[in-house]
Design a protein around this ligand. Structure first.
Ligand code: SF4
Length: 447
């Protein structure tokens, strides 16, 4: 049965030394109770405490890390089934697969292309986090050579996938410094050999077997042999079976505290039709996958995965915000337009994307409305004549823009009088939607 924070606190050293990264022992106990930390985080916990707390102090799902050199990645240690209950902590690793049977030049070129893919969306940059190298050649020496090539051309995390423990050992040794994830395809046929490779190389291992029972049994076997850093995979399954597996294993781990399935899950979206593979991968991201390996190469397909992940891994209790204040888009000189919006990221980026894609230099005044949208902020009296005037003055907007004309969203045209009165600026009522801004500026703004 899960222990409360106070029950855990009783067994902690109570020195408040902060070595666990938390300010007090009580705060650390609360984190352990909620599944966001493990007892291993307290280096001062004595054997007596460890014995008393035992497995009850372990988070329901393990935290697994891989990668190195500033490109480390963590998955797992999730605490809820539904993000509105708290939030999801560790975003899915987006991974693209590549075969070791490719010619060296092509393999290198593909790795470089994948490493260059990056998307800026809502103030965050998304990339391909992991390259999954598949031992399609079935040749041990080739797999190791391809792993070296991939490591040299792709700087982020690597996964090495093979049904052969000898090949996995050779490739793992070749790039051990990069801390790759070893992925034992068809683990069930020879599990001990794979466990030994992971143990010897001290690398995380993804084990694969069809169905809950087989996978839970393998996970128990691995744990008994001393392996803690495990990832589970149900192997090649249909998208329907994959979603069912993800949902049921997460439920078993979080709500039933079923330790054998308390690990992050890796899924493969390998449909030959890239649109189908994209849809499958997005489903898996939405349904708790810790890693998604897809056979996708086109940036537009990978963007769908990145956008899905970004949407599901934001904290639903905190609106996504941009810093309040005056933002410069392009290189706005004096006489560039000053556009008012709020610091709600969606509102801000709707405006920013319109004017930056039309290459119109401008200032955007993001009024601090605690991350609420234009209409909501107006209704809650967070976007008013006074708050807009205060934001203009604080940002020294008149000094920077060299004029005192401000364009406000058409949705809040009722504020034009109060903004003029409070700020002394001339107010121009702009379009109701950001999509009308470019044509509005072309027709109405004269520098
Ligand atoms: S490391 Fe242990 S003793 Fe130190 S503050 Fe954290 S929980 Fe308390």
């Amino acid at each position: 049965m899960a222990l409360s924070g106070l029950e855990i606190y009783k067994h902690l050293p109570k020195s408040n030394c902060k070595e666990c990264g938390v300010a007090t022992c009580l705060a650390f106990a609360m984190k352990v109770a909620s599944g966001q930390a493990s007892l291993e985080g307290c280096p001062r916990l004595d054997e007596k405490g460890k014995t008393a707390l035992g497995e009850a102090g372990a988070p329901p799902q393990s935290l697994i890390s891989f990668g190195a050199n500033g490109y480390g990645f963590e998955i797992g240690q999730e605490t809820v089934l539904y993000r509105h209950e708290d939030k999801f902590y560790h975003p899915t690793a987006i991974s693209v697969c590549i075969n070791d049977s490719l010619d060296n030049a092509i393999l290198e070129q593909r790795c470089k292309e994948l490493s260059a893919i990056a998307f800026d969306r809502m103030g965050k940059t998304s990339v391909v986090d992991m390259l999954a190298l598949v031992n399609a050649s079935k040749d041990t020496a080739r797999f190791a050579e391809a792993a070296r090539l991939a490591a040299a051309s792709f700087p982020r995390s690597l996964a090495l996938l093979s049904p052969d423990p000898t090949a996995l050992r050779a490739a793992g040794e070749a790039v051990a410094a990069r801390r790759p994830l070893l992925w034992a395809l068809c683990t069930g046929s020879n599990p001990e050999a794979f466990f030994k490779v992971a143990e010897d190389l001290r690398l995380p291992l993804c084990i694969e077997a069809p169905g809950f029972e087989a996978l839970a049994g393998l996970a128990d076997q691995a744990r008994v042999s001393g392996l803690k850093d495990l990832v589970l995979s149900p192997g090649p399954v249909s998208s329907q079976e994959g979603c069912a597996f993800l949902t049921q294993s997460r439920r078993a781990a979080i709500t039933k505290k079923f330790r054998s399935l308390g690990y992050p899950v890796a899924m493969m979206a390998m449909d030959e039709d890239p649109l189908r593979a994209t849809v499958d991968a997005c489903w898996y991201i939405l349904k708790y996958a810790g890693i998604v390996v897809a056979n996708l190469t086109r940036p537009e397909h990978i963007l769908a995965l990145a956008a899905t992940r970004q949407d599901i891994y934001t904290n639903p209790q905190i609106p996504v915000q941009v810093p309040a204040g005056l933002h410069e888009v392009g290189d706005p000189g004096p006489d560039a337009p000053v556009l008012v919006t709020t610091n709600f990221a969606l509102s801000y980026y709707s405006v920013e994307s319109e004017i930056s894609s039309a290459r119109i230099p401008a200032y955007i005044l993001a009024v601090d409305t605690e991350g609420t949208s234009v209409l909501t902020a107006w209704a809650a009296e967070k976007l008013t004549g006074a708050t807009t005037a205060e934001a203009l003055a604080k940002a020294r907007a008149a000094e920077k823009a060299g004029h005192k004309k401000v364009i406000i969203p058409g949705l809040v045209s009722v504020l034009s009088g109060s903004i003029k009165e409070e700020s002394g600026w001339d107010v121009i009522v702009g379009p109701r939607e950001a999509s009308g801004l470019v044509s509005f500026l072309k027709a109405n703004w004269r520098s």
